[in-house]
Design a protein around this ligand. Structure first.
Ligand code: NAD
Length: 291
């Protein structure tokens, strides 16, 4: 299948996912523009990338020279117009459908006409975002996993309108970034990973909420009992509890089945600003830990 050649990547949203995508793209030689509405978020993102490179240097998988090259390939901006010349833009802003549609409309205005618009959404309809643009055939889902530098998977999602050329280009980009690309052939809420993962995390929260076991017991039981590298409540903290809640709402509303109803305790934690590792507190307290 014909695919476009990609040498420059834009990333919208410089949070946990956006900065990881920028780092890995720059590692594989792409020139990257990382955009965010928040200046402090961009500063934090560049610090995170530096620290991540330092950890890889310590492990012996990256050199100081490579770190300098990676950082020199990433430009930051608070203006989406900076993405105009990018071959592909990956949107990785907050998991909110109205926000993403607004961003897609704006990207459609500023990115060159042949540019592909991809989204790192965990659950929201690719088809809907594509329909907000004048280039729906050039829109696809490109769902990276957290943390991006370490996790091998990219889930590829076709919207109803996605062309074969767009999908082949997105697949080739994921492979260029040394990821394994798995296709979700239907654009349904949660795609593959979150369709399976979020009900498990939600059930773990209910298990805690109903007093069946402590947070630590649930995580230890699931780690040792089902051979998972981390327990579901730790994983929820790492994903971000606001993101988990947003995904569960998309599953609940989109599939109309009460089995996806978010646990009320998850809603309470998000209301309290306990968003997990990124805010310092979730099911665990991260204020004094360097996890
Ligand atoms: P995050 O909260 O860490 O970061 C979101 C960033 O988006 C923030 O820096 C925020 O300032 C920025 N933002 C908000 N509005 C914006 C706008 N209008 N323009 C530009 N930037 C804007 O969130 P995250 O965990 O990085 O998640 C981002 C996306 O990736 C979501 O769609 C999420 O579902 C998806 N995702 C998350 C994970 C995960 O484990 N956290 C995994 C895979 C995919």
């Amino acid at each position: 299948m014909a695919k476009l050649s990609v040498s420059s990547l834009g990333v919208v949203g410089s949070g946990q996912m956006g900065n990881g995508i920028a780092q890995v793209a720059a590692t594989f030689g792409l020139s990257v523009v990382l955009a965010d509405v928040s200046g402090p978020a961009l500063e934090k993102a560049m610090m995170t990338i530096q620290n991540s490179c330092d950890r890889l240097i310590k492990k012996g998988t990256l050199t100081d020279v490579q770190k300098t090259e990676i950082l020199s390939r990433i430009r930051t901006s608070q203006d989406l117009k900076a993405l105009m010349d990018c071959d592909i833009v990956v949107e990785a802003a907050t998991e909110n459908v109205d926000l993403k549609i607004k961003i897609f409309r704006e990207l459609d205005q500023v990115v060159k006409p042949e540019g592909i618009l991809a989204t790192n959404t965990s659950s929201i309809s690719i088809t809907k975002m594509a329909a907000a643009t004048t280039r729906p055939t050039q829109v696809a889902g490109m769902h990276f996993m957290n943390p991006v530098p370490l996790m091998k998977l990219v889930e590829g999602i076709r919207g109803l309108q996605t062309s074969d050329e767009t999908f082949a280009t997105v697949r080739a980009l994921a492979e260029k970034m040394d990821k394994v690309f798995v296709e979700s052939t239907k654009d349904m809420p949660g795609f593959i990973v979150n369709r399976v993962l979020m009900p498990m995390i939600n059930e773990a929260i209910y298990t805690f909420h109903e007093g069946i076991a402590s947070v630590e017991s649930i995580d230890t039981a699931m780690k040792l009992g089902t051979n998972q590298p981390m327990g579901p409540l730790t994983l929820a903290d790492f994903i971000g509890l606001d993101t988990c809640l947003a995904i569960l709402h998309v599953l609940h509303e989109g599939l109309g089945d009460s089995k996806y109803r978010p646990c009320p305790l998850l809603t309470k934690y998000v209301e309290a600003g306990w968003l997990g590792k990124k805010s310092g507190r979730g099911f665990y307290d991260y204020s004094s830990k360097s996890v």
